[in-house]
Design a protein around this ligand. Structure first.
Ligand code: URA
Length: 186
């Protein structure tokens, strides 16, 4: 599937029950030829309203975290594991993740980024197919299953809004991610 076919398929998708409660699908946004791809968990209320990932409070922090390492939001590609909002922002169910997995995998293939930054435990565990805790996933370079793309894991910005003391560690994760891409460009 090319971008257009993929987009059309996602908009029309009714594989999960949560397709009935969404306002709209949240496909992804940004530069389709980006070096960096960011992957979050699932749309929240604001994303469901606007149809764009990471536009609520957590999204504003994410945008600022990127700026802190000199990257504008428009220069990366941002997507979520789930394209529909789970009611009350509950965790994605395993069947929802598997129904949606092919869409994300195709997005990764099409963007073909140099690096994937995964935010939060849920997105990281689902993308990397592990049940390791976030503390063990941070600070290491992983590989995306299908493409072998380097993957770095950091805290979810919604968590950082509650635990601002961990922003320092998130900053280190972003620097680590940038080191990996800088290495590829020399
Ligand atoms: N949290 C996510 O994981 N993704 C969004 O798009 C918004 C909030």
């Amino acid at each position: 599937m090319d971008w257009e076919a993929l987009g059309t398929t996602v908009v029309a998708c009714t594989r999960c029950a949560i397709s009935q409660t969404r306002s709209r699908t949240v496909f992804g946004v940004g530069d389709r030829q980006a070096d960096w791809m960011l992957i979050g968990e699932a749309p929240g209320a604001e994303e469901d309203r606007q149809g764009e990932p990471f536009v609520g409070k957590a999204g504003q922090l994410l945008t600022n975290m990127l700026l802190a390492i000199g990257m504008r939001r428009e220069t990366v590609y941002i997507a979520n594991v789930l394209k529909c909002r789970p009611p009350n922002n509950r965790d994605p169910k395993p069947d929802e993740v598997s129904n949606c997995r092919g869409y994300l995998e195709r997005q990764i293939e099409l963007v073909n980024p140099a690096l994937i930054l995964v935010v939060g435990r849920i997105a990281a565990q689902n993308l990397l197919q592990t049940d390791a805790p976030l503390a063990r996933l941070r600070g290491r370079e992983h590989r995306a299953p299908l493409t072998g793309t380097p993957v770095v894991v950091t805290y979810h910005p919604a968590y950082l809004l509650r635990q601002p003391a961990d922003k320092r560690k998130a900053w280190q994760d972003l620097l680590f991610a940038r080191e990996i891409t800088d290495r590829r460009h020399v």
